[in-house]
Design a protein around this ligand. Sequence first.
Ligand SMILES: [Zn+2]
Length: 320
Amino acid sequence: MARLPKLPNLLDRKIYKTGQTRGADDDQIFQNRVGRNSTVLIPLAVWRGHETIRKLDYENGYIVLVPPPEYFGAGCQGKLQQEGVEVGQNALVFYELRSHWNEWNPEQAGLTAPTSRITPLGGSYVARVANTTAEGDERINRGYTSTGLKGAGIRLYEYAPTAVIQSARVQLEALFWLAEDAVQTCVEVGMEEAAVAERRAAALALAKKTGLLDYQALRDARTIDASDKLVCPLCLERLSSLGFMSRMGQAAGRERHDLTVTEINLFHIKELAYGLFNHRPYNLGWGHHHCNVVCKDSGIVETLKWMKAVTVRNSHLFGE
Ligand SMILES: [Zn+2]
């Protein structure tokens, strides 16, 4: 296949980054913005409750996080063994509470911090304990704290295999091209008109060919409207593709600068739930950054109900 014309940089970056997890800082156990196919962290209760999660073949493995009482308690180690949970191999004791740290101090128990995310883990425990106001109770971060080995793994629901990451990118580029001003925007940021047409046609054809771009499913997912134009899944407003390239837009100082450019982000349609991986082509759309923030973790319908209640309580402001 001949090489396709390149997408504008900011857009290309935005689509690429959809294959990565969200950010995390050093005080969290998670890795910071890495591929969604990275080592997955599974809380013991979730491991126990979901057979599908136990059976999945994770591309870069998984680590079960065992709360200290489930490891040190009477009879616990035999139970873990029966369940196929082996600390140091596919599991770690995870300290989050100071009371646990004080009661079952890992160093006194002879546990060491791991050196790898892949079996064998080279150690048995990890700790992220917050500081308290009490004197001497400083934050405790142990395990996966060094440069090159920061964070133990990713949040379970963010996981996606390489093939899904790739098809999600194909879907998300196709959706971009359904923005009503996508062609105009690409020309404005410097693509040749013929190149835009070629890239657009190829992207839509690739999506169709691989079972994506099912318009009815996309309408059901609230990512496009009845005229098949790209909309924000929360507010249903049509999205301007300028929002994909807002930095570039500001720099170029173009004639449409009077329009308010709202940043556009990746939007997960259904909220997060264990047992349900949220990064799937028909659970994804593009939405306003603000709408995404408002919606976070609650789900679209729940958020809309909340908004309705808020506006009803404020109806005096609207002269009603
Ligand atoms: Zn919106």
